[in-house]
Structures are given as C-alpha cells and as structure tokens.
Design a protein around this ligand. Structure first.
Ligand code: NAP
Length: 259
C-alpha cells in the first residue's frame, strides 16, 4: 500500500532501538526523511546510517535527552519544520505505590507527559499553518489496564492521554491527525529489563520469566518493533485522515475486554 507520505519530513524521538526505531524504519520505508533522536551519540548515529542506507532517505541523528528543555531545543533546531512527529522516551522505573515521592512523580511526568506535550506545542502550529500533519504518541497499554508496579507510568501516561483527547479534536479541522499507540509487551530491551525483574523476584531464569509472561498474552508471543512501526506509519499516512484522537492498543489480546 502506498501511504502517500513519500518526501514528508518526520521527527521520531527515542529511536536508536526498540519501538522508536521500529517507527523510524517503517516511516523511512514509506519515503519519509527523518530526524531521529536518543541520548547515546554512537548508537543514534549508527542507527541513522543503517536506516538511511537501507531505505535511501535522509536521516539526521541528534543525541539529546528529549525529556529536558535543552535536549528538546537541540532536536527542534535540527528539525526546523516537521510534517510527522512521533513522541517517545524511556519508561519510568518500576516500584511500589508507597515508594515514590514528589520528585519521582515530577520526573515521570516530565518524561512521559510534558515532553510529548512540549514537542506537539512546538511542531503542531506549523502543521496547522501548512494544513497537514500527523502525530503519534507512544504511550502504554497501562493506560487501559494498569500495571501495578509501573505506577509512575500509569500516572504520567494517563495525563498525556487526557491532553491528547481534547487537543486532537481542536487540531483536526486543520488537517492534523493526532493519535496514541499503546504498546503491550514487545520484544525490546525494555521488555528484557522487565523480564529480569520478574526472574529475580520469582527466582527463575530469564527464559522462564519470558515464557510465563508470553503465556498471559492470547497471541502467545511478544509484539515486534517492526509490527509496531507499521501501525505507526499507517497512522501517519494520508489514509489515516479520519482517525482522530484514538488510542490504538497493540497487546496481542492481553486486555480482556469486549471493546
Ligand atoms: P527500549 O528498547 O529500551 O528503547 C528506548 C529508546 O529510547 C532507546 O533508543 C533509548 O536510547 C531512547 N531513550 C530513552 N530515554 C531517552 C531520553 N530521555 N531521551 C531520548 N531518548 C531516550 O524501549 P522500548 O521498549 O522501545 O520502549 C519505548 C517506550 O514504550 C517506553 O516509554 C516504554 O516504557 C514504553 N513501553 C514499552 C513496552 C514494551 O514492552 N517494550 C510496553 C509498554 C510501554 P538512549 O538510552 O541512548 O537514550
């Protein structure tokens, strides 16, 4: 399918690996020129080269922490204008509800709510002016079904979801389409670190931890970054123009709900 976005310009945050990289690859395959970001210079540079070589688009790497004002300023200076924005950042650490203090909440809200909002505030006005734009926020299945040990994530991402629900409808009349994708368990480093937590908590090895978590998913497997990326690219396509303010759950059926 031709997604109709060849030659568009996109920013994908937190994209040297994992879900962000999956999105960057799928957009590059659709012909989108990219700026991609993550904190580790060598890794983001390497990823940019690999994607540019594979798909023949321009890919500019920017090493910066997207959760800070300075990091975002550096990324936005490299982007200029963008037609497509994919927001993403690392997830907060697990813990117990009694553990977290105000600073922990502020850090999580900065990373997983306010940085996405700041990026939309920076780039969506230009999309409105030009009458075309696409935004995908990578949030989490925890927005629909809380993961108790990820209380910081549950909290911050719920805030972003509420913001997008209203804002997406305000910008839709101007050709700007904003949606969220909610990953369930995907095979990335983040999933490995959560598997490690389960393994040490239950005194089992990593394979057994993964096997037990896979058994909770009706699809009986973790999602793949490339499948996730394909969904992201579709939400950035010309054809997605009528999908507004939605929360697309990619979880292999793990949430047991009728709708
Ligand atoms: P991942 O494989 O660990 O990759 C994270 C990527 O983000 C890396 O490129 C990392 O590079 C970059 N990054 C992290 N913090 C950053 C920051 N402050 N500024 C810029 N780049 C940053 O993680 P993932 O599995 O793709 O997860 C992506 C998001 O989805 C996370 O918020 C995660 O909580 C959420 N999520 C994931 C799953 C899952 O099963 N994988 C499920 C639900 C939700 P550097 O470290 O070099 O910066």
């Amino acid at each position: 399918m031709d997604l109709g976005i060849k030659g568009r310009r996109g920013l994908v945050c937190a994209a040297s690996k994992g879900l962000g990289r999956g999105c960057a690859e799928a957009l590059a395959e659709a012909g989108v020129d990219l700026v991609i970001n993550s904190r580790t210079e060598a890794e983001i540079t390497q990823t940019a080269h690999e994607i540019a070589d594979r798909y023949g688009v321009s890919v500019t790497p920017v090493a910066a922490d997207i959760t800070t004002d300075e990091g975002r300023a550096k990324v936005l200076a490299a982007v200029g204008q963008a037609d497509i924005l994919v927001t993403n950042a690392g997830g907060p650490p697990p813990g117990n509800w009694t553990d977290w203090n105000r600073d922990d909440f502020i850090r999580a809200i900065d990373a997983n709510m306010l940085s996405a909002i700041a990026l939309m505030q920076a780039l969506v006005p230009g999309m409105i002016e030009r009458g075309w734009g696409r935004v995908v926020n990578i949030t989490s299945a925890s927005v629909r079904s809380p993961v108790s040990v990820l209380g910081l994530s549950n909290t911050a991402r719920a805030g972003l979801t509420g913001f997008v629900a209203g804002m997406s409808r305000q910008v839709a009349p101007h050709g700007v389409v904003v949606n969220n994708i909610l990953p369930g368990i995907h095979a990335t480093d983040r999933a490995d670190s959560l598997d490690r937590g389960v393994a040490s908590q239950k005194g089992i090895d990593m394979d057994e931890a993964r096997h037990r978590r896979e058994a909770t998913i009706p699809a009986r497997t973790y999602g793949r970054p490339e499948d996730f990326g394909a969904t992201c690219a579709f939400l950035c396509s010309e054809q997605a123009r009528f999908i507004i303010g939605q929360n697309i759950l990619l979880d292999g059926g793990a949430l047991n709900a009728t709708i």
